[in-house]
Write a protein that binds this ligand. Sequence first.
Ligand code: SF4
Length: 472
Amino acid sequence: MNRTPEQISLHEWDRLHDDLVAAGLPQPSYGGPLSRHVPDGDLRLPRLRYDNSPAALRLWNFLLTEEDRLAAARTEGKQLVGTMKDLGTVPVMAYSSPSLVAFYPDGAWWIPCVMELSAGLLEVADSLGIDESFCPVRAMLGAFLTEAHFPIPDLLTCNVGATCDDFSAIAQRLNGLGYPILWWESPHRRAPDPGEASVELPGGFVAPEAQVAFVHDELERVRRALAHIAGRTITDAMLAEGITTANKVRSTLDELRRLAYAAEPCPMPALEMLIAEMLAIHFCSDRDECLAVLDELLAEVRSRVDAGLGALAGGAVRVFWVNPVADLRVMNMLEQAGGRICGTEYLFCHALDPIPEDLPPMEALARMALADPMTGPTADRADRICRDIGLFGSEAVVVSQIPGASHCATEGAVIRDTVGARLGIPVTEIEVPPVADAMAPTIRNRLDALLETARARRETLSATHEPVRTTT
Ligand code: SF4
């Protein structure tokens, strides 16, 4: 069935789903019309716009059925590991053992959005003294106490130290409520002193060898705890295989991002690409299926690029997006305003970089953990953002502020000043609450102003025949 790529509503997807099934579309076990998730409480879905490819349908269904997969894994006798805050490291270790399945309780971050605040998780957090002065990840407390969104894990790990104050405070509250946590620490990543032994990390940051060694030892404690609940040793050979498979996911995502963020017109909308990127951190609880989902999405994008087809109109302003949005609908808003995503830093860029395969696996994982943008100075993060803007030729930057998030108080100004001084492209900051409907006119105004400034700059550069300056 030939379809022109476009964004459609949930209602339109249901009709298309029926047509595709009637035409013989094979469906995975978790397939089906997207609207079936609405009675489960996913009330935001009717307010979103979706890519109309079967690959996107599979991606959304995969995302929205994770809870079922976790329950099935437990029934099969696998041990569940709740990995908190490190965003991409411990899951690689856990999936190296066939008896373990890892997921991020942090994912409760999005429940207030997806369920339009109907689950009452933020109220539970309020009642525990974790109020709106904390980031929306406080919804995780409510998810643990209600046991309505994911099974309680057999082991909980949490990365602390130079990560984020909000998460540490919330996880400490969780620990105090009777959910024991294996804490492992990341030091604040610093520049090596003159003459100090140092190593380059995935993604290009540099760190002292001593700091990598410290993280290595911390991760060894995590390895022992994982092996304990798995009931068998997790060897270096098993970890090396786990790293190779994680790198397959990362290389598939790398090609997907390069095509989706560079091709003109834009072949895949922002929301689907955001979900695809998120799969890198814990494979949405099924590593093999995750790879199959991404492969199908990549095939769709390749075919659109080869045919010169886009899901959005040509000429959209190329925007680099910093931080994940608490309300998914805002990604649609950017596109409705005439923008498109051409580069991202959703706080887990270290989960997209290839993990070195020519090092002992624990050393490679320690380097990756220390490459987390949250563990170093914001200036490092701003440097990387400038570099990545150069990859995709972004013409404007949105720094999406997360309500209550401690790191958001100052990072926007650092990123804005660095990007402005080096690249001269416009930057705006917007704050996005979990349900942003009341803020929508303000957010839209700011996006309109940003895109108008970028268009004016584009015209000026084109009139003076100057290349668009996007590299450092
Ligand atoms: S404050 Fe930022 S880094 Fe910390 S949990 Fe919230 S979104 Fe994540």
